[in-house]
Design a binder for this molecule. Structure first.
Ligand SMILES: C[S@@+](CC[C@H](N)C(=O)[O-])C[C@H]1O[C@@H](n2cnc3c(N)ncnc32)[C@H](O)[C@@H]1O
Length: 286
């Protein structure tokens, strides 16, 4: 399993939502202008944050397929979406039918390991493939295969909040540089897809779609955390320190001192990027 808890995902959800890049989102969703229906596939859906962010900007009728390998998170997604909607009914096939702000949203939940079951995930009717905070977990080789599969099917991709490796914590701490280097070494370990691309994931996406001649758009979506985000800052510091300790690259005393300072950091910025790719829209030449 991934080790992502529903509590962690709930804590980061409001910060994720405010960090999303509006320009990339606008381009990604313009295909739905004037349309009544959208069919969306969300990869590594966790507890459904990506749906809650995008549903208000999508057509009146939406059909979502939420894919994750963690059954506990899929159950958390069902519960969180039911609580978020005005009404929630379970259909005969197990899908949820939600009503929210004048939209009807059908949600299918699918347990699948995307490292192995990609073809199955990409089957069926899909207008847009999306994912949030997902691609840094995947291996460069897997990302290349994934992009090739989208190119073959001409499926556009909109992915948000891919970690880009840039971190600034305030006030500074003498162990910042060593901690970040060790954290990135941990990021490169296998998260279920082979050695993870970590902060290199965005370059893998760009390279694959540029090679295919697709149109792409990239935008910053950094977390800018301050005093109001102290719970998230503390949990982030604990997660980073735990990952660094596993690498054995930083003396334990330095990790402890960094963590003690970072739990109460006054501010930090964690770099992310959003990305959209679609087949080039050639002007028609008659
Ligand atoms: C950082 S969380 C992001 C969750 C959600 N997209 C969000 O923004 O809150 C990464 C998600 O990817 C899922 N995941 C990781 N590896 C996976 C795999 N091999 N197959 C399917 N899902 C996977 C995890 O279970 C987790 O829900």
């Amino acid at each position: 399993m991934s080790g992502f808890s529903a509590e962690w995902l709930a804590l980061r959800e409001p910060v994720d939502h405010r960090a999303r890049n509006p320009a990339v989102e606008e381009t990604a969703l313009e295909m739905f202008d004037g349309r009544e229906i959208a069919n969306i596939l969300d990869l590594g859906c966790g507890s459904g944050s990506n749906l809650r962010a995008l549903a208000p900007r999508l057509p009146k009728i939406q059909s979502w397929r939420l894919v994750d390998h963690d059954p506990a998170l899929l159950a958390a997604a069902r519960a969180a979406l039911s609580a978020w909607a005005e009404t929630a009914e379970t259909e005969a096939d197990g899908a949820l039918r939600l009503e929210k702000d004048g939209k009807t949203i059908f949600v299918d939940f699918e347990e699948a390991d995307l490292a192995r079951d990609l073809d199955r995930a990409l089957s069926g009717e899909i207008d847009l493939v999306t994912a949030a905070a997902f691609f840094d977990l995947a291996a460069a080789t897997w990302i290349a295969c994934f992009c090739a599969a989208l190119v073959e099917r001409e499926l556009p991709l909109y992915t948000v909040l891919t970690y880009d490796g840039v971190e600034v914590w305030r006030p500074p701490h003498p162990a910042d540089e060593a901690m970040l280097a060790a954290f990135h070494a941990h990021q490169a370990t296998d998260k279920g897809f082979g050695p993870a691309a970590g902060p290199g994931a965005m370059s893998c996406l760009i390279e694959a779609f540029e090679k295919a001649g697709w149109e792409i758009q990239i935008g910053q979506s950094a977390w800018m955390l301050g005093a109001a985000d102290s719970a998230l800052i503390a949990m982030l510091a604990e997660g980073s320190a735990g990952a660094v300790a596993e690498t054995g690259r930083v003396p334990a005393a330095d990790v402890a001192s960094w963590l003690a300072a970072r739990r109460g950091a006054s501010a930090c910025a964690i770099g992310h990027e959003d990305f959209f790719a679609r087949p080039t829209t050639e002007p028609f030449v008659g």
